[in-house]
Design a protein around this ligand. Structure first.
Ligand code: CP
Ligand code: NVA
Length: 314
């Protein structure tokens, strides 16, 4: 039987097999090529998408809204200033109503449980557009970008440097463990990834052949094929700013650090938004090794692929 993701949610990549991730990446490549060739389709005609945001967004919102709308779908943006979300109406009831009106829901917010509850009570696909714990659609775009640069990424090494316990680091660790890409997290001990997830990923890595390392030493960037960083202060953690600057200042990605990889082919990735001068210097993110802008564009292609795979008979 051929693979189908029809009707599936994407709450975390832990729920997706390597074959399913491969399938999404292959569709992403196809839709990107269609877009570059100027092909226009109406594959979401007659469908509706709720875009529910508790936190701010540029790329994720724009990717979902344009990918869905340009193919005839009707996206509806809803912030917590617009609707009751667990305040005057229970989350379960909101989810039930969404299930009657929409084809799918994108949720960006704080708790992973909110995304899970929306999926349970709406009975329609829910896409996690970032929670405190995971950012799975970002990891898909990151892998598309890696594959565009390196072809097969099994056995390549992605090095993430910065806040090792945040949503982006966690999702990258999962996708690397599943897809056989070595993953090195360089972070001060205080910001190490949570043990339970690390253990799960190391178990997955035994099957894929990936090596998952956690280290405080920046020297361990040596040999990396890609260096990745993210903001030091994620949304919702603004009160930790001073502490993060103190902990993470030695972990800034600058040209000296890029050169410490001893690989001129090493690329730089960042999910964006970036705070230039904190986690990365302007010369690196705006320089020749950066692929951050391709990566941002790839959010749209991977998100379109996810919605095609889960909402249509492709
Ligand atoms: N990378 C990302 O999720 O960007 P936004 O916060 O702008 O959506
Ligand atoms: N870790 C960041 C990612 C932003 C896309 C945050 O959660 O704010």
């Amino acid at each position: 039987m051929s693979l189908s993701l029809l009707g599936r949610s994407l709450l975390t990549l832990l729920d997706y097999s390597p074959e399913e991730i491969r399938y999404l990446l292959d569709i992403s490549k196809k839709v990107k090529k269609e877009s570059k060739d100027g092909m226009v389709f109406r594959r979401f005609e007659g469908k509706t998408l709720a875009l529910l945001f508790e936190k701010r967004s540029t790329r994720t919102r724009c990717a979902f809204e344009t990918a869905f709308g340009e193919e005839g779908g009707h996206p509806v943006f809803l912030s917590t200033a617009d609707i009751q979300l667990g305040a005057k109406e229970s989350l379960e009831d909101t989810a039930r109503v969404f299930g009657r009106m929409f084809s799918a829901i994108q949720f960006r917010g704080f708790k992973q449980e909110t995304a899970e509850t929306l999926a349970k009570y709406s009975q329609i696909p829910v896409y996690n557009g970032l929670t405190d714990l995971y950012h799975p659609t970002q990891a898909l775009a990151d892998f598309l970008t890696l594959e565009e640069n390196f072809g097969a990424v099994k056995g390549k090494t992605l090095c993430y440097i910065g806040d090792g316990r945040n949503n982006v680091a966690r999702s990258l660790m999962i996708i690397c463990a599943k897809m056989g890409t070595n993953f090195t997290v360089i972070t001060p001990g205080e910001l190490n990834p949570e043990n339970e997830l690390l253990h799960k990923c190391r178990t997955l890595a035994q099957v894929s052949g990936a090596v998952i390392r956690v280290t405080p030493d920046v020297i361990d960037v040596k040999g990396a094929d890609a260096l990745y960083t993210d903001v030091w202060v994620s949304m919702g953690e603004e009160n930790k700013k001073e502490e993060r600057i103190r902990l993470l200042s030695p972990y800034q990605v600058n040209q000296k650090l890029m050169d410490m990889t001893e690989k001129s082919s090493c690329i730089f990735l960042h999910c964006l938004p970036a705070v230039k001068g904190e986690e990365v210097t302007a010369d690196v993110i705006d320089g020749p090794q950066s692929r951050a802008w391709d990566e941002a564009e790839n959010r749209k292609h991977t998100i379109k692929a996810l919605m095609l795979a889960t909402l249509t008979e492709i």
